[in-house]
Design a protein around this ligand. Structure first.
Ligand code: ADP
Length: 356
């Protein structure tokens, strides 16, 4: 459906998007994820025709979009800087694009009613935009973007302004809605939870390039490198020397699962769930608990070992020791990931599906 073929976008002589290759299939939901400044919005604006492409091609349904103005690209846009029209009512906002496309007044009225029902605001046509909550405004913006039945819907931080619980609920609704409609979606967000909940596939960006592409599970289970692992919030990332199924780490010897890959100097991720916390006696690594964050079902501990960097551990609430206590730590081989398991490659074996 959408193909980005080696697309570069520059501001002056700086490439904000640097040779990106990306395919989005029909009916697929792809989330572009990355820290602020990594080029996500620029990428979206280039596809939308709001930012000129310096090199490469953007193809939609096989058609090269070079020279096609934004409003003729057949895209639905829900961008942060495109607010609702404050002086039109809800119906007027949703109908706006339809009237632009020459849809008759009666047909537009019918379509607006069905779109408002679809986004959970049935009968809201006459309501004033200013009187809507943030979540309701997002729904109206979505209905407006969907109104002309775009080939591709593009969302820029669609839920960015909303509070957390509403965001978490809306993202589930959006995914269901897009699934039902068969909408093809390219969304950008800096929020990994949102990207992972919404998308069939996530693309992690770093400094204008693709750091990793994969399903949410693939990226979560096997981050391509230290950058992706840390961006996802993993703290226990260290250099280590792997020999077969054992790694020499700053925390001592750590078992790695046999399938983990090649021996040598590697970057290791130990998931917090793989850090086992027990009584201080015995063979474990002696640590002091220096941080303890309540996360609902579990507690995230920050542990200061006798040697090596601090460790994060995720433990059940009932079993969580207090700050200041001493504990013995062991590691679960199944939760240890060798990030750069392909020899020589930073974005190598751990990245099924990297690139296009
Ligand atoms: P993101 O959406 O991931 O936060 P952006 O695409 O907005 O990233 O920005 C990527 C890079 O391009 C950043 O370094 C940003 O400062 C720069 N940039 C964005 N917009 C402009 C602009 N209009 N002029 C110059 N530089 C820009």
């Amino acid at each position: 459906m959408l193909v980005l073929d080696d697309v570069t976008v520059r501001y002056g002589d700086r490439a904000a998007v640097d040779g990106i290759r990306l395919d989005v299939a029909d009916h697929e939901i792809v989330s572009v994820l990355g820290p602020s400044g990594s080029g996500k919005s620029t990428l979206l604006r280039a596809v939308a025709g709001l930012q000129p492409v310096a090199a490469g091609r953007v193809l939609l349904g096989g058609r090269d979009l070079a020279g096609v103005p934004a409003h003729r690209r057949g895209l639905g846009l829900m961008f942060q800087d495109q607010q609702l029209f404050p002086h039109r009512d809800v119906g007027g906002n949703v109908a706006f694009g339809l009237r632009m496309h020459g849809v008759s007044r009666a047909a537009a009225r019918e379509r607006v009613a069905s779109l408002l029902a679809l986004v959970g605001l049935p009968g809201a046509e006459r309501r004033a935009v200013a009187a809507l909550s943030g979540g309701e405004q997002q729904r109206v913006a979505l209905a407006r973007a969907l109104a002309p039945s775009p080939q591709l819907l593009m969302l820029d931080e669609p839920l960015g302004q909303l509070d957390r619980s509403l965001r978490e609920r809306l993202v589930v609704e959006l995914r269901q809605l897009f699934g039902r409609l068969g909408t093809t979606v390219l969304a950008v967000t800096h929020d990994q939870g949102e990207a992972f909940a919404l998308a069939d596939r996530v693309v992690v960006m770093r400094e204008g390039r693709v750091a990793q592409t994969g399903t949410p599970a693939e990226v979560w289970e096997r981050p391509a490198d230290e950058f992706v692992a840390r961006f996802l919030g993993f703290a226990n990332v260290v250099r280590a020397t792997v020999h077969g199924d054992v790694a020499d780490t700053p925390w001592g010897k750590v078992g790695v699962s046999a399938a983990a890959g090649a021996s040598g100097e590697r970057t290791l991720l130990i998931r917090p769930a793989g850090v086992r916390v027990g009584p201080p006696a015995g063979t474990g690594l002696g640590c002091e608990v220096v941080g303890r964050t309540f996360r609902g079902e579990h507690v995230v501990l920050v542990l200061r070992p006798e040697s090596g960097p601090e460790l994060e551990a995720s433990v059940a609430l009932r079993e969580a020791p207090e700050v200041g206590e001493r504990v013995g730590v062991g590691f679960e081989a199944s939760e240890v990931v060798v990030l750069d398991s392909a020899p020589g490659g930073r974005a190598g074996g751990a990245t099924r599906g990297t690139g296009s």
